[in-house]
Design a protein around this ligand. Structure first.
Ligand code: UD1
Length: 419
């Protein structure tokens, strides 16, 4: 096991390319099950969660191989429709295999998914929608046994714009008889990316990015080549790290429109931003201003995945910021770790108030979840003394190599063996 060692206190400067989006590539890897031929994911991000998805595909009988930076999946000889618990528990996105398995085999057996501990993360909306499409789902000893001789298109309305449920419905709809109309869909850019992939494979999907998505069932789909959108949360991490250190950076391969809410907050705090297609630049002020109130919301609102990262960014701001977490019950687990560095943060329920302090000092900390872990990196970059971050397997689930990227921007960060 290793940990991260970081010595901060210097502004980040430079230009880097942003990795492909984790939250795009995972549902797209599930979608490869619907294709009769090989699919090539170009410049696929190398993440622990991608390895977990590849392991599930291989377990199901797909041929999965890396060719340079591309991941190639051939599901034509796939046989299985059962995913064992140890693979399901590796990540939350394992549940997105349910829709495509039912669409292809009319059968699936899996357990509840794992993923970051952010409070209760039910999958009732996924199951309810699939039932509306004709699936019979029963639970037996913690396993979900699902069957549908042939899924049928349905009119489905989601009461909450769940990203994962939207993806499962879209994928199930591709293999259903007739048309599925989903209203109340999540509008995240990753849903649009999933639609682009499916359309390249010959599927009839439209409306992604809006509130209503339509899918005309058609099987099997054919193979395609696809390159995922840039990872907007990895991009937000590096923008925040530059903002917090008074730096100046440019990111390649990311769209400003995917990061509108984050950019607006950073500008409010005193950053100057510039963008062109696929290019986003930020210059941070000497000291950030507090952001007043930030409330997380589904896209295009402020992303819950950037909440911890922004909180770390504002620990030394001039003034206070109130952060309201509207999506998950338990998404402030990074706060006690930030306090080790001298951050002044008060939490009550789903609200946290960050009072800017003059300086953060180095500390030993423990990543508690993926984005909470990235937040600790952003905090450590602000302290002149060395810090150590343990339990970095959380961070490696979603960042290809956070140390490589920060080093490319002039930060002092490296991996060291535990013990
Ligand atoms: C996805 C993202 C995750 C992000 C989250 C919210 C991926 C792989 N993960 O997670 O990074 O933090 O969106 O933007 O894309 N809910 C239910 N019942 C359900 C499903 C969800 O009540 O069946 C609730 C959740 O508890 C949560 C809200 O809906 O309060 C949104 O969750 P959802 O959009 O489904 O998140 P994920 O798809 O798990």
């Amino acid at each position: 096991m290793s940990h991260l060692r970081i010595t901060g206190g210097r502004p980040l400067r430079g230009e880097i390319a942003v990795q492909g989006a984790k939250n795009s590539v995972l549902p797209i890897l599930s979608a490869t099950i619907l294709s009769a031929d090989a699919c090539r994911i170009r410049c696929c991000p190398r993440l622990d969660d991608v390895d977990a998805a590849a392991e599930i595909l291989a377990y199901l009988g797909c041929a999965v191989r890396w060719e340079g930076g591309d991941l190639v999946v051939d599901s034509s000889r796939m046989t299985g429709c059962h995913i064992p618990r140890y693979l399901m528990e590796k990540m939350r996105s394992s549940v997105i295999f349910l829709g495509p398995l039912l669409a292809r085999f009319g059968e699936a057996s899996l357990s509840y998914p794992g993923g970051c501990q952010l409070g209760p993360r039910p999958i009732d909306l996924h199951l309810q929608a699939l039932r509306e499409m004709g699936a019979e789902i029963r639970e037996d000893g913690g396993r979900l046994l699902c069957r549908a001789r042939r899924l049928r298109g349905a009119e489905i309305s989601l009461p909450i714009p769940s990203v994962g449920a939207t993806e499962n419905i879209l994928l199930a709809g591709c293999g259903a008889a007739g048309t599925t109309i989903l209203s109340g869909a999540a509008r995240e850019p990753e849903i649009e990316d999933l639609q682009s992939f499916l359309v390249r494979c010959g599927a009839q999907v439209s409306g992604a990015g809006g509130h209503t998505v339509a899918v005309v069932g058609k099987q099997p789909l054919h193979g395609c080549q696809h390159r995922c959108i840039g990872d907007r949360i990895a991009a937000a991490t590096y923008l925040c790290a530059a903002a917090a250190t008074g730096g100046q950076i440019a990111l390649l391969g990311v769209e400003q429109r995917h990061l509108g809410a984050v950019c607006r907050v950073l500008q409010r705090c005193g950053c100057t931003m510039r963008h062109e297609e696929g290019f986003l630049a930020l210059r941070g002020p000497e000291r950030l201003r507090g952001a007043n109130i930030i409330a997380t919301a589904p896209f295009p609102g402020f992303p819950t995945d950037a909440q911890a990262i922004l909180m770390a960014t504002l620990c030394r701001a001039d003034g206070a910021t109130m952060m309201v977490e509207n999506l998950f019950d338990s998404r402030f687990r990074h706060v006690p770790e930030l306090r080790r560095m001298g951050a002044h943060i008060r939490c009550q329920g789903r609200t946290a108030v960050v009072y800017g302090v003059d300086a953060l000092h180095g500390a030993a900390m423990r990543a508690t979840d993926l984005r909470g872990g990235a937040a600790l990196v952003v905090a450590a970059l602000q302290a002149e003394e060395p810090s150590a971050i343990y339990e970095i397997h959380h961070i490696q689930r979603g960042y290809e190599d956070i140390a490589r990227d920060i080093r490319a921007l002039g930060g002092h960060i490296d991996f060291a063996a535990d013990g």
